[in-house]
Design a protein around this ligand. Sequence first.
Ligand SMILES: [Zn+2]
Length: 490
Amino acid sequence: MRFYKTIFTSIIILISTLTGVAYSNQIDTLKKSVWQKIDNKTELLQNVNKKIWSFAEIGLEETESSNLLIDVLTKNGFSVKKDIANMPTAFMARYGKGKTKIGILAEYDALPGISQSHNPFEEPGPNKKAGHACGHSVFGVGSLAAALAIKELIEEKKIDGTITLYGTPAEETGIGKVYMLKDNYFKDEDVIFSWHPFDQTAVSYNETKALVNVKFVFKGTAAHSSVSPWRGKSALDAVELMTNGVNFMREHIKPDARIHYIITKGGDQPNVVPPEAEVWFYIRANKFSDLEDYFIWVKDIAEAAAKMSRTKLDDIIIQSEVHEKISFRYLSELMQENLETIGPPIWSEEELEFARVTQRNFLSKETYLQIKDLPALYNKINPLRQDPYPATASTDIADISWFVPTGGVGIASYGYNIPIHSWPVVAATGTTIGTKALIVAAKAIAATSIDLYQNEKMLEKVKSSWKESRGDAPFKTLIPKKQMAPERIN
Ligand SMILES: [Zn+2]
């Protein structure tokens, strides 16, 4: 009897092992199929990237860029909702009815003041005012590629699920996703993916800073600056006193905090005492609670500056505010495994040479000498860190991460050691370097999506790990309740 029992148990184990193998083979086949679908679209992706790269539209003005993405999605069977959350360039494109819902974020805003051509030396580009110095043209197109390929698998009934591509404008000012979230978008997804161009290739297991994007408007009294300056009250004085006050505040805030500003209105000409002035601040900290404290302090300084200059603090315009990101490791582990199977982008000699020239032209001589013997374009994948990369910048994806688990990758898209928001990033992302990067990103997102569509336990573990990191802290915001997204930024 005991003998038969052992035989029976062995058979059960064998069957379940074989089923397990068959199951993982089936998932591998699906991943290979989705990667092939993405590769097959290389020409389309290259063209769409080239166009969005040339449009180089700044936040909330990305009309042609969003229309082009919408056009491709509509032609491929997605149902598209445009003009959402009061932003004409925000959209949502959905396909499928399946239970597991996956969202992918696309960004496509350019940065003002960094216009660049396709050449590896500094030269203005097709849009003389702006350029994709954060690489959002490839970001948008990489996300598009993943969404199109997953849609085909759903259509072929190889997977059961819903895929949604979110067109999220004005990331650079932390606006698009924040106001879409305020209108309750994203919240019905199980998981949301994104990616970002980078000088290395790594899973984005990182923290980000909370940020408030705010303008202070002062009103004074105009007068002739020479004939009767005593009859005037300078709003520009208030701005200068305020920035001085904030610069003294710096010494007494935590080292992770960042405060930067530009003066957006400082008067019209020197012989008129400026009756109106405006200063635009980004205040950042690793924790929202610190950000709240610093914001109160900065507002106190603004009021004091108005008193000192006998002017009026006329308005405080909170354009947006984003939180720190909820990071958790498990989804990054899944992405790491897929990214390692896919491998980093494979660069041609011309692409390496192009990036090398940008390094030589942009980096200081000292830095260039330190890195010149390393490949000009990153050719490996960083191992997954035990702890997240510490926060350096901010993103409006972080706000979504308080409601839905989010995951992503960073893919080498420009020369190694080149800082983001610089002309070499614009130059490289408009070439085949950018296209190769966006294809790897799309493959990593699509493969991890397949894992989650096909494996309920994995999806549950993503959700429970996220919940554990998220905790139950309430989501507060500095943005006034009824405030809509601004119509323009600059
Ligand atoms: Zn960016």
